[in-house]
Design a protein around this ligand. Structure first.
Ligand SMILES: Cc1cc2nc3c(=O)[nH]c(=O)nc-3n(C[C@H](O)[C@H](O)[C@H](O)COP(=O)(O)O)c2cc1C
Length: 249
């Protein structure tokens, strides 16, 4: 690689990709990302690739304190199906997660979500309401990324391509936030039926638009670098010419 013209650029890109992480910690409520930085994040979103260049999204920047507090007072329902599938993907120790290389640590979730007996009894689902306030943790800014299903990629069944495009928007937002030293956590709960309905009415979101996901942005109060992040190895998911054929050499 030495002397390769792309060395510096590739190293920078890889470092940015590796550093991007979910900052699921409290953010400093008093320290809001500047308007200039939010502008850069939106500019990054603007250049996201979208299927057929349909640009099938809108972004609502929420920094109004009382609106954020109202969001924080909402609760999202947690289904038994989610709890069961979530349980399947949990690792109960760092060693287990390092071995599996997929999924997340059980310690991210409340104790009742980590007990199969409680989940199967149905009691957990009956009690499980997730407070958005617990997730938002006083984030000073929330971006709501909104999906416009009318801008469907041509002949894309179920607009799968359009939904993939939203993932590209997500990644661009996240990488720019990371580059600016701004913490980010994706929050899917904003697209749950109950929360979405409430939020839509609060921000006058037209009926045809759907909330795809939210990003909470801010400055983490505690360092998140110590959190264990795992990935499969490249050779685990790479196949050469024929599925199952390993090794590129
Ligand atoms: C489409 C999508 C939805 C996600 N939803 C949530 C979410 O609701 N809450 C959360 O804490 N993280 C969410 N994440 C973050 C993933 O859990 C996270 O990226 C993954 O565990 C890898 O961790 P890392 O971001 O630190 O690399 C989401 C990520 C994506 C791409």
């Amino acid at each position: 690689m030495a002397g390769h013209p792309g060395t510096q650029a590739t190293a920078t890109i890889l470092e940015a990709l590796r550093k991007r992480h979910s900052a699921r910690v409290a953010y400093d409520a008093e320290r809001r990302p500047s308007a200039q930085d939010i502008g850069l994040i939106l500019e990054a979103a603007r250049w996201a690739p979208t299927a057929h260049n349909m640009q099938n999204f809108e972004i609502v920047v929420i920094d109004d304190q009382s609106l954020l507090e109202t969001f924080g007072s909402m609760e999202s329902e947690v289904s038994e199906a989610f709890l069961r599938e979530n349980y399947e993907q949990m690792s109960f120790s760092e060693e287990e997660l390092l071995r599996k290389k997929v999924g997340v640590l059980a310690s991210m979730f409340p104790p009742t979500w980590r007990s199969l007996a409680e989940i199967t009894s149905g009691q957990t689902a009956a009690d499980a309401h997730r407070s958005l306030g617990d997730t938002l943790q006083q984030a000073p800014v929330v971006l709501l990324v909104v999906y416009d299903g009318r801008l469907r990629a041509p002949a894309s069944e179920g607009d799968v391509l359009g939904k993939i495009s939203l993932g590209c928007v997500l990644e661009n937002i996240w990488l720019m936030a990371e580059a600016l030293g701004i913490s980010c956590q994706v929050i899917s709960a904003f697209s749950s039926e109950q929360v979405e309905r409430h939020v839509k009415s609060l921000i006058d979101l037209p009926e045809h638009l759907r909330i795809a996901f939210a990003c909470r942005l801010g400055y983490a109060l505690t360092v998140t670098a110590s959190q264990l992040r795992v990935r499969r190895e490249v050779e685990d998911f790479t196949h050469h010419n024929r599925f199952g054929q390993k090794g590129l050499g």
